[in-house]
Structure formats: C-alpha cells, structure tokens
Write a protein that binds this ligand. Sequence first.
Ligand SMILES: [Zn+2]
Length: 152
Amino acid sequence: MEPQSSPGLPPEPDVHLPRTCVYSERQRRSCPKCGARLVQRYASYLVATRNRGVAADNFVLGSDFGWFCPGCPTVVVESPRMRALLSQGMPAWDVAEEFALLGLVDFDAIPADRRHAELGTDDNPVPLVRFRVDRPPPRHQRKKKGGKTRRR
Ligand SMILES: [Zn+2]
C-alpha cells in the first residue's frame, strides 16, 4: 500500500527539540503543519494531572504514542492511546481526568553522577524539554465545529 519506499530513511527526529504537541484522535501519517511523514518514536513525557482544577501528581510516562515530524518541531500524540495508558495500570496514582503533556524528558541531559538519584527533586530536577503552546485563535474569530470538509 505504500507506493514510495524511499531509498534513504527519513532523518531521525530530534527528541531534544522544543516541539508543539498536537493531540489527534486518530493515527496520522503526515504532519498537520508541514505534511512531512511522521515517525513513531518511543519517548518519555512529563505528564501533569489535575483533579477538579487543582494540580495533582506529575509523573514521567514512557510510551510510543508520539509521532514525530522530521521536518518541523511538531509531535502528534495519539490521544486514545494516551488516555488508555493513563486510565489503566496506575491505581496508586492520583491520575485525574484532566491531564496534559508538559514536554519531553531529556534523560541525556542528566549529569552522569546524578543518574542513579531520584528524579524530580530540587537537586535533580526533571530535565524537561517543554512543549510549545500554540496560541489560541482570537476570540472573535470563531471556528465552526469540527472543521471537516464536507463531502458530496
Ligand atoms: Zn512537520
């Protein structure tokens, strides 16, 4: 089904780059910003959770639900897979309904002598590569729901 099996593999996306995080309800093959072919990569994310508007636990979650763009600083996260991961298997965590990915954790940035130490303390903060936030559109510019192209 893939017509062009390019001779050279696409360049490896740089996971240490500050990226814009786009949530998608379905798996996407191409970048919503530049159209480049996305590359699925395992990465570690810092997840912030809220419980009724109050900040709850932050934790590091490693998964391959992110699709990275080799052409621009964008990562597309498969929301259904992220939700599934967050809702199962962590009964001890205070994982609330509301959550946000703050960014990628750059383990390479941890000094070698601290790698054994607990992460997230004052001495050893989580080396976070924060996601960029897209500016919301101006208020008067209301978008129609869905934004899908109608088919006839
Ligand atoms: Zn792109």
